[in-house]
Design a protein around this ligand. Structure first.
Ligand SMILES: [Zn+2]
Length: 248
């Protein structure tokens, strides 16, 4: 066994020599840490949502009856570190970034509010359509959710909530047709497993909140179920006006 471990260490050392780990934002070679260099870590625009009741994310879902808590880890704009991270995660086959983001987001929430995860029962990622997941090889929100679940010691459920309509199909529709169709984007594969649970929904980015709303609408008929939301990033210019057009 010691030889095998020694061998593993040597090969990882060799890999680091050949392909040194680099910062996913500025591409500088990392001399310590993982994923981001110290400068890029310091440039993350944390929302501090964990400390605030009625923060912008909570305001976005304030009209949803069973909604409990909401927070995003970072604000994003076109040139933000967090958006570059998510871009690498989604489009450059860097799945390891996902769990790291989830862990960082969960640890930050707990630092801001030690009771943030209090009462939550299960972590559920916003699902990708199976065709999209096959194409990409993974669901980036599931990886983030995995990191969150590990960091806060909650179970992860990747099976109960499924996406039955591919977003790409949705974007071809007019705005009105999309609103008509939203009720069917997600479905429950198992109607019992999330009943009565406080579900923490996890996504990579919240922009209008429409996707999260669709998930909550799907879960809403389950008796006793409540929702909270954690996203890695939220638009920096997110309106504080809650949606009022449709109520779960
Ligand atoms: Zn950097």
């Amino acid at each position: 066994m010691p030889c095998m471990l020694h061998g593993m260490r040597s090969s990882s050392f060799l890999l680091d020599l050949l392909y040194p780990p680099y910062c996913e934002s500025c591409r500088k070679v990392l001399t310590r840490g993982e994923v981001l260099c110290d400068e890029c870590l310091a440039r993350l625009t944390l929302t501090e949502h964990g400390r605030m009741r009625d923060n912008k994310l909570e305001a976005l879902f304030a009209d949803i009856r069973k909604f409990e808590r909401g927070a995003a880890w970072c604000f994003y704009d076109d040139d933000s570190v967090v958006l570059r991270l998510i871009h690498s995660l989604k489009y450059f086959s860097r799945p390891s970034i996902g769990e790291w983001i989830g862990r960082m987001a969960a640890e930050e929430m707990r630092r801001q509010n030690p009771l943030f995860f209090e009462g939550m029962d299960v972590v559920v990622p916003v699902p990708l359509h199976k065709n999209k997941e096959r194409e990409r090889g993974y669901n980036q929100s599931e990886l983030i959710a995995r990191g969150v679940a590990r960091a806060c010691g909650l179970p992860l459920d990747t099976l109960s909530l499924v996406r039955v309509i591919d977003n790409q199909t949705q974007t071809r529709l007019s705005k009105e047709e999309r609103l008509e169709n939203t009720r069917d984007i997600f479905a429950l594969s198992d109607k019992e497993s999330l009943r009565g649970k406080h579900v923490l929904l996890v996504d990579d980015v919240v922009t209008t909140g429409a996707t999260m709303r669709d998930c909550m609408r799907c879960l809403s008929p389950l008796r006793g179920t409540r929702f909270s939301v954690l996203s890695a990033a939220v638009a920096g210019n997110l309106s504080s006006q809650p949606f009022t057009s449709s109520t779960v």
